[in-house]
Design a protein around this ligand. Structure first.
Ligand code: TXA
Ligand code: MG
Length: 322
C-alpha cells in the first residue's frame, strides 16, 4: 500500500503530480471525459503498474495522452483522414488509433504488442497543464478498477484505487462524463475509418467533418440480435441492471431519462443527451448505493448523438456477469 496524495489542481498540485509521474508513479488526473490513471508512457515498469493497480487480467492496450498534437509524429503516423480528424477535434474527446512507428520511445506494453497505438489530446485545462508540465507522453486508462464504473469525480477514483496509486488531482466533475470516441485509421487509408467505441463526440459529428460515413464496428457488434453473452460485462454497478424500462417493478429503483414518474434519479429530466452523459457514471454509483438489494431499471435512451455512447455503456453494465 502507498499513501495516495489528494492534490489540488493548482500549480503546486500539478508540479507534484508531474514529479511523481517522472519518478515512475501513478497519478490519476481529470480529463473532460473521465478521470485517467496516468503513468509515464516511456517507462515499462510504470506502465505495468497501471495494469496491476486496475486489476486488469490481460494487457489491454492503453491510450497515450499528449498536450501537443505535433508530438504524435514521434511514435505514430498521423496522415490523411487522421490528420483531418485531429485538426477538427483535438484537443477533445476523440481518440485515434494510428499506425505505430517502429522503435519509438513508448513502452510496448502501451500498445500491448499491436502495430497500432491509441492517441488523444485532451481539452480539460488541468489535464493540459499536467501534460505540459510533465512534457512527455502519458499512458492512461480510465482510473477505475477493471470492470467497474468509470470515475467522473476524484472521490470516485479514491473509492476504487486509494492506497494503490501515488496521487489523484482533484479537478472537480468531468464535463463530458463518458469516455472518448475511438476511431481507428488503417495504415494504407484504403478502408474508411472505423468507430471502435462510441463516446464523447457523436459519430454523426465526426462523419460530418469527414464528409463520409464511418464504418461503425462498435454499433455492428452491439446490435447483434439476442447475443448478450457477446457483450463483455463492464461498467458494472453491484446491482443487476435492466434496460429500456418504462417503469420500475416492485423490486427495482428507476434511473430515469426524460419524463419518468417515480424515478429515484433522472439522467436528464429535459431529455438532454449531453446532460445525461455528464451524469451517467455519477448517477450509476449513486443509484447503486440506494438499490439496497433491488435491481436498477433504466429508462430507454435514444440511439443517436451521445445516446449511442450512453447505450453502449448501459448495455455493458447490464451484460451477464462473468
Ligand atoms: O476518454 C477516454 O478515452 C479515457 C480518458 C482517461 O482519456 N480513457 C479510457 O481508457 O477510456 P480505457 O483504457 O479505459 O479505454 C481505452 C480503450 C480500451 O478499450 C482499449 O482496448 C482501446 O481503447 N485501445 C487502446 N489502444 C488500442 C489500440 N492500439 N487498438 C485498438 N484499441 C485500443
Ligand atoms: Mg475504461
Amino acid at each position: 500500500m502507498v499513501e495516495t496524495l489528494h492534490l489540488h489542481s493548482d500549480d503546486i498540485g500539478i508540479a507534484t503530480a508531474a514529479e511523481l509521474l517522472g519518478a515512475g508513479g501513478l497519478v490519476a488526473f481529470p480529463t473532460e471525459t473521465v478521470y485517467g490513471l496516468g503513468a509515464d508512457a516511456t517507462n515499462d515498469r510504470a506502465v505495468a503498474r497501471i495494469f496491476e493497480a486496475k486489476g486488469r487480467p490481460q494487457f489491454n492496450p492503453l491510450i497515450v495522452h499528449l498536450a501537443d498534437p505535433a508530438a504524435v509524429a514521434e511514435f505514430a503516423v498521423l496522415e490523411g483522414s487522421a490528420r483531418r480528424l485531429a485538426e477538427t477535434f483535438w484537443p477533445g474527446a476523440l481518440t485515434l488509433v494510428l499506425p505505430l512507428r517502429p522503435a519509438s520511445a513508448v513502452s510496448p506494453l502501451v500498445s500491448a504488442g499491436n502495430q497500432s497505438i491509441a492517441v488523444r489530446v485532451p481539452a480539460d485545462p488541468v489535464a493540459r497543464r499536467l501534460l505540459q508540465t510533465f512534457g512527455g507522453p502519458v499512458a492512461a486508462p480510465s482510473a477505475n478498477p477493471s470492470g467497474r464504473v468509470s470515475p467522473t469525480r476524484a472521490a470516485h477514483v479514491l473509492a476504487g484505487l486509494d492506497g494503490l496509486i501515488e496521487a489523484v488531482i482533484d479537478g472537480g466533475p468531468c464535463s463530458v462524463g463518458v469516455e472518448s470516441t475511438i476511431v481507428a485509421i488503417q495504415a494504407d487509408g484504403a478502408e474508411p475509418p472505423r468507430v471502435l467505441r462510441p463516446g464523447g463526440i457523436a459519430v454523426e459529428t465526426i462523419e460530418a467533418a469527414l464528409g463520409r460515413p464511418l464504418h461503425n464496428a462498435a454499433a455492428a457488434d452491439a446490435s447483434a440480435p439476442l447475443a448478450p453473452g457477446m457483450l463483455e460485462s463492464h461498467y458494472a454497478p453491484e446491482a443487476p441492471v435492466r434496460l429500456n424500462a418504462t417503469q420500475a417493478e416492485a423490486d427495482e429503483v428507476l434511473l430515469g431519462f426524460g419524463v419518468a414518474p417515480g424515478a429515484a434519479l433522472n439522467l436528464s429530466e429535459s431529455g438532454d443527451l449531453i446532460e445525461a452523459a455528464a451524469n451517467l457514471f455519477h448517477d450509476l454509483r449513486r443509484i447503486d448505493v440506494r438499490a439496497q438489494g433491488r435491481r436498477i431499471a433504466v429508462s430507454p435512451i435514444p440511439e443517436y448523438g451521445l445516446g449511442r455512447a450512453i447505450n453502449d455503456r448501459l448495455r455493458r453494465a447490464a451484460a451477464p456477469r462473468s
